[in-house]
Design a protein around this ligand. Sequence first.
Ligand code: TRP
Length: 369
Amino acid sequence: MEQQKQIILTGDRPTGRLHLGHYVGSLKRRVELQNSGEFDEINILIADDQALTDNADNPAKIRDNIINVVLDYLSVGLDPEKTTICVQSALPALHALTFYYMNLVTTARLARNPTVKSEIQMRGFADEGLPVGFFAYPVSQAADITAFNANVVPVGEDQLPMIEQTREIVEKFNRLYGKTLVLPKAIIPENETQRRLPGVDGKAKMSKSLGNCIYLSDTAKTVKKQVNGKMFTDPTHLRIEDPGHTEGNVVFTYLDAFCTDDHFAEYLPDYKNLDEMKEHYRRGGLGDGTCKKFLINVLEETLSPIRESRAKWEKDIASVYDILEAGTKKARETTNETLARVQKAMRIDYFGDRSIIKEWEKLLKEANK
Ligand code: TRP
């Protein structure tokens, strides 16, 4: 292959609207990468087939949420002129690649994937029985990444085992069949709280069923309600004068992830920065109400432009459809090319030309000698 281009591939399962955890954990970074001008190609895959691996009984949920995910992408500033947005199920090359890669991975190796392991527990598959498709989804993710020739995969921390597994598949493929696939690397957010934003109740993950999310599409009123009504602070901080804890205090965790010094100048000029504010909270004399009010202002700075943009796109769903269709068409070309290269490397490209006729004739002649 010619010199490696800088190519990004990342994706999401379309199982619901995207929330603040997605935003700080990946969407914000994607927009920065998109606008950095450092990449030749940026591809974002809506992984509907992967979503089906644990939603086979409810394909309508996946179908309905595709539009939500595209709207979330467009409203955070992903620009279809610069970023290709596409749908996995409409890219048949991904299925074929998955089938070949499955031969390069053992079930023992899949069973060791820590993310899959915990997901199996969470979804109750340990008791109910484990669908083969779900068990093997890391292999299909390797197909996603390699089909786009991606060398950079921006993801959340929980996805690191998938990239590791992809790298193993790439190395094995290239060793067996000759250098064909690009070896990818993951990049994850630098800021630790951005990597793992807890739910408003302090639980490790935002999840729809726990009702502890703040969605990018939530109204200002809902955001306020989630913060004022549900967000955990410090249970030992009973009166304003009491000394308080900032560690494990969800309001401060969110401030760690979202606030900048400029926010203080604008909304809470009593402090220069978050360190000063935390110091006061620990000392005593700073009330939770003040902290929450500030946090709401900070969150709204991120959320209100996203909300406005979403409202505009929602009025023009036909254009959203066109963007997705055009992106998918482009992705189909890219992924088909990779599949052709893979089949050629494996020498299973029987019908590219008729040269195999000669090979077969020669084989028969030798056998019959
Ligand atoms: N597994 C990812 C998630 O749950 C989604 C995904 C599918 C993905 N294919 C991908 C991420 C390829 C990065 C690259 O968030």
